[in-house]
Structure formats: C-alpha cells, structure tokens
Design a protein. Structure first.
Length: 268
C-alpha cells in the first residue's frame, strides 16, 4: 500500500491562504481518485487547511514540533550551499513535515511513500501501478515524465525530466526512508523527498538502490503564483508560448488528462 504525504505550509508563509486552500482541495481530490482504493493520504500541518472534501483514506496530522528558524538548523553551512537562508527555513519545515508524515504512514502499514506538494496533481493510476508491481520488492520509482500547467491555461507542457524541478516525483520503499530523531534540527535528515533530481543519486550512493522509471506521465506541476519557488516568475518572464515552441512539447488540456489527474479550472 502506498502512503501519499501532503505537507501544508504555515499560514503565515502563504501568499494567499484562501487560494492555497482551493488548490489544496483540488490536490486531495486528485490523490483520492486512485483506481486502486487501498492507500493512505497523510496531511501534515501547523495550520489545518480548509476543505469540504472528505475521504476515509485521509489522515490529518498536526505536527507536534516547534517552529525552527534558519539559525537553528544544525547543518546550516551545508544548506546555504544550495539555498538562501529564507528559502532554507521553508524547505526545512516542508521536509520535516514530509518525514514526519512518512513515519505516520509507515506505522499505518504503508510500504511505499510519495510526497506531493499541496497544489500539484497526480495520475489516478499510481496506487494500482504499485500494487501490480510490488511483488518483486522494487526500491520505488522515479517519475520523470510529467506536465507543467500554468493555472487557467488550456494546455500543458510535457516535460521528460520533471524530477529536476519538482520534489513530488519519487516513490520510495519504506526501509529506504530513514526516520530521524525529530528533536534534532538537521536539514539532511529531512530532505530526501525534497532533493529533486539528487534523490535518485542519494539512494544509489548511500543505499545501492536504483529507482526504475515510472513508465507513464505521473504528475502535473501547477504554476499558480503561490509556489514557494520562483518557477512562476521564470516561466512568465521567458514566455510560456516561447518555451512550448522551442524547448518543450505542448499538449492540449484534454478530457482524458482532466480525468486522470483531476485537473479542473478553479473558481476563485
């Protein structure tokens, strides 16, 4: 059984909390539309998100840990090689929530863990795919094929290395997830799922495990202007149509994609 982990940013870190809640509801609807119904969805939060959607597989967890400021991160010198100090604090919070949620999911009987941002969408085939292929005890999978969707658009961008820009692209077997002492503020302990493309190499180098590719498009990376990263600014500065024309392959927002990923236009 797979456990999906959705970390919720603190309300004070949100650019628009009401809009974040609308995005979040679409995300959990997408996850809960799995064709195989045996899964868990662990939502980890400081401030509980608002939603009218209910599902028996959703488990809400208020993280019982104090806020950690960037100057309290024990391996901050290492972190600052990759992030600025403000972004490091956000990524620490997010990674710790994912790891805490993974521990909850494992205790609930989940064999594989996948972390998903609270605004992204996933294929409804993932849980069934894992159930079909788990007999050989694979270490997990990396989702390289995905879509980028600019909120409100009528088309998407196909991307064949989406793991390099989105953290919700790895499905990892439970024994490869090290559950740390949550009283220690060590960034490295919490960034397994947030390492983007490095997650594959981290599992290879430290565990001698090689993640096979997921054979289908597995995720829609949502660009809404509320992202933690600067992906929205980059995409809009470069010009979305120009990117489609010269770098990526565009795809119309078809009924098939809408159904598989639960991608509907938001009413806000």
């Amino acid at each position: 059984m797979i456990g999906f982990i959705v970390p919720i940013k603190p309300k004070k870190a949100s650019k628009n909390w009401e809009f974040d809640n609308v995005l979040y509801e679409r995300t959990i609807k997408s996850i809960c539309a799995q064709t195989y119904i045996q899964f868990k969805l662990i939502v980890v939060y400081n401030d509980k998100p608002s939603s009218t959607f209910n599902h028996d597989n959703i488990v809400y967890v208020s993280i019982p840990l104090p806020e950690v400021k960037s100057n309290q991160i024990e391996d901050l010198d290492y972190v600052l090689k990759y992030y600025d100090i403000n972004y490091a604090e956000k990524m620490f919070d997010k990674g710790r929530k994912i790891t805490y949620g993974a521990n909850v999911a494992i205790n609930l009987g989940c064999d594989y863990i996948m972390a998903i941002d609270s605004d992204d969408l996933i294929s409804n085939k993932i849980a069934e795919f894992i159930e079909t292929h788990k007999a050989s005890n694979p270490p997990g999978w990396v989702i390289k094929k995905g879509f980028i969707y600019n909120e409100g658009s009528n088309y998407l961008i196909k991307k064949h290395d989406i793991q390099n820009i989105n953290g919700g692209t790895h499905i990892i077997r439970k024994d490869l997830i090290e559950i740390p002492d949550f009283n220690k503020n060590i960034f490295w302990n919490y960034n397994l799922f947030e390492a983007h493309g490095y997650t594959y190499f981290r599992l290879r180098d430290f565990h001698k495990e090689f993640l096979p590719d997921c054979p289908f498009f597995g995720i829609v990376y949502i660009i809404s202007g509320n992202n933690y990263s600067n992906i929205s600014r980059i995409m809009n500065t470069a010009g979305l149509k120009k990117i489609i024309r010269f770098i990526f392959r565009g795809s119309f927002l078809t009924q098939k994609i809408k159904k598989e990923f639960g991608l509907y236009k938001l009413k806000v």
